[in-house]
Design a protein around this ligand. Structure first.
Ligand code: PDD
Length: 289
């Protein structure tokens, strides 16, 4: 029998089938809100503090007031995780501007935000992490505040669908020939031993996995430049990989049907994967409580 699943709605943990969201919630009507996806390994959260920080930063950027402190929210999420007995999976969390009659501007009598969270089991994509995956180049048609982890994902969804229809795992996006990021990941190119990644700006999401990669490169003295690079450079790169909470570090071995380098996951990518694995194991051994 499948176990009961609980969800968090504001202050309450309720059985999923009894969870209700108002039809006029602004998250539902406008995508007026933000979200986070947090990885769970062996029942332990990975990078929970970093996800909490980004959530509160994004909320501030769009003037949503989260009605709990970061530490009490963390407690609620850990409680939910325990209740649902998740081993390998994710916590999905979103905060919308709450319920109001439909007007575009912020509601006057500002009711509090709506926060929901649920968990789901998800095994690690070990096959693609080991063997690599393919990508398709797609134009980046998203808005100019990609630094905000907004519920509005249409630009990303259309890009991902284009890649998916072409049999590729990810859409690597560009603006006027400059590579920005993947539709749900950050993108990296290795050229002559140097790792390139689009600088942190309004044009990309500053991914938590990306931050770990930057940290690993500093710790290991691996040259990494947070610098723009072109589609041309991407196509000629020795190695390409994407990074996200769920994809971890996934080598990209084919772009638009053409092999990247020798068509196999590269040495720089593999070395990063090993160091990232050590961070995961560390989080399992020293969990946040
Ligand atoms: N996606 N860039 C975009 C556009 C993303 O949507 C994501 C994450 C990332 C990587 O961020 P992080 O390392 O913090 O997961 C970069 C999540 C996982 C999603 O939408 O499912």
């Amino acid at each position: 029998m499948v176990g009961m699943s609980y969800v968090l709605i504001n202050n309450e943990v309720v059985e999923r089938e009894f969870a209700k969201i108002d039809i006029e919630d602004r998250g539902n009507q406008f995508g007026d809100g933000i979200y986070e996806v947090i990885r769970v390994y062996e029942g332990k959260c990975f990078a929970l503090n970093e996800h909490m920080e980004r959530l509160y930063e994004c909320a501030e950027k769009i003037n949503i007031h989260i009605p709990f402190s970061s530490s009490s929210l963390k407690e609620k999420l850990l409680h939910l995780l325990q209740k649902n007995e998740i081993q390998d999976g994710i916590i999905y969390l979103q905060v919308s501007r709450g319920v109001a009659s439909r007007q575009h501007h912020f509601p006057q009598d500002e009711k509090s935000a709506t926060l929901i969270a649920y968990t789901s089991e998800k095994t690690r994509p070990l096959e693609q992490i080991q063997n690599g995956a393919s990508a398709k180049i797609v134009e980046d048609i998203r808005w100019l505040r990609c630094d905000i982890k907004s519920l509005n994902l249409l630009g990303s969804i259309l890009a991902k669908q284009e890649a998916h229809a072409a049999g590729a795992l990810e859409a690597i996006m560009h603006r006027d020939g400059t590579v920005t990021e993947g539709s749900s990941s950050n993108c990296f190119a290795v050229i002559d031993g140097v790792i390139y990644s689009h600088p942190v700006s309004n044009l990309i999401l500053n991914g938590i996995t990306r931050r770990y990669i930057v940290e690993i490169c500093k710790e290991q003295n691996v040259p990494l430049k947070e610098q723009e690079f072109t589609l041309d450079a991407l196509r000629k790169a020795d190695e390409v990989f994407i990074a996200s909470t769920t994809a971890e570090i996934t080598p990209i071995t084919q772009i638009d049907g053409v092999e990247v380098g020798n068509g196999l996951p590269g040495l720089v990518t593999k070395a990063l994967q090993e160091h990232f694995e050590a961070k995961i194991q560390d989080a399992i051994l020293n969990p946040i409580s």
